[in-house]
Design a protein around this ligand. Structure first.
Ligand code: NAD
Length: 264
């Protein structure tokens, strides 16, 4: 395997499962050290233990500023620095018609999906600027962040905002050599979509089969596909890429951004 990230340190929120877990594994394969920051302590500790010395676990709820700050501190205290922040933790959140969404459910969804990204970006930026740069901040948006009809309302609103925040902060941090980008996955076979499709987060293989059947390219988007995009944006191959949203969706949006109407 290549050594593109040798010596670099990443914090990965939502690193205990799905896209975040696949990214933690790929970054370690490429020589990075990673802090897995997740609210799922059992799974997060298990993944970190499996990855060994290059990995640590930091119990983190991304809606808590103290937790997110603690995850960044865990990278700096444990590995000596921070180079890469992957704001990836997420939930589907509240679904349903707009007239029936409760404010509390709406707020919780936006807390996780947007405020979590804000907090990760804020504390990573502080650390990276204090180090004198450079650095890479990456956030997981969604193709639902590009148009309506591709996800529930709160999810769609929050993912649009993640893309807006990415562009805005990329502009501020460019003079520090800090790049800020987003990834917009299409439907990806993870515990999240397995739970939505089958009511069972473990049925990712069947979820991938379903997705492959509906995929323009003929195969499902896997967490490893999104991890590969994160690796690219994290490393020097992307040294001139900032403020960008990289779509990884097996071609779903090639026919336009609203191929279907999301079933609320
Ligand atoms: P997943 O459910 O498989 O994994 C998400 C991880 O985030 C879990 O480990 C979970 O414990 C953690 N998490 C959830 N809420 C958290 C919180 N408040 N604090 C800390 N950790 C928290 O989901 P996934 O499919 O890997 O999703 C990862 C990201 O990708 C999310 O932002 C999601 O919106 C986005 N995304 C997923 C898809 C998809 O089809 N799977 C498509 C587009 C975007």
């Amino acid at each position: 395997m290549g050594e593109r990230l040798d010596g670099r340190v990443a914090v990965i929120t939502g690193g205990a499962a799905g896209i975040g877990e696949a990214t933690a594994r790929l970054l370690v394969e490429h020589g990075a050290r990673v802090v897995i920051a997740d609210r799922d302590e059992d799974r997060g500790r298990a993944v970190a233990a499996e990855l060994g010395d290059p990995a640590r676990f930091a119990p983190t709820d991304v809606t808590s500023e103290a937790d997110v700050e603690g995850a960044v501190r865990s990278a700096v205290d444990g590995f000596g620095r921070l180079d890469i922040m992957f704001n990836n933790a997420g939930i589907i959140g509240v679904t349903g018609p707009i007239g029936e969404i409760g404010l509390g459910d709406w707020t919780h969804t936006v807390d996780v999906l947007l405020h979590g990204v804000f907090l990760g970006t804020k504390h990573a930026a502080r650390s990276l600027v204090a180090q004198g740069g450079p650095g890479s901040i990456i956030s997981t948006a969604s193709i639902a962040g590009l148009a309506g009809g591709l996800g529930p309302h709160a999810y769609t609103a929050a993912k649009h905002a993640v893309i807006g925040l990415t562009k805005s902060v990329a502009n501020e941090l460019a003079p520090h050599g800090i790049r800020v980008n987003a990834i917009a996955p299409g439907s990806t076979a993870t515990p999240m979509t397995a739970a939505a499709s089958f009511g069972d987060p473990g049925r990712t293989a069947e979820t991938a089969e379903l997705m492959a059947g509906a995929s323009p390219l003929g195969y499902a988007t896997l967490p490893e596909d999104i991890a590969a995009a994160a690796l690219y944006l994290a490393g020097d191959d992307a040294r001139n890429v900032s403020g960008h949203t990289l779509v990884v969706d097996a071609g779903h949006t090639t026919a336009g951004l609203t191929p279907g109407r999301f079933n609320q």
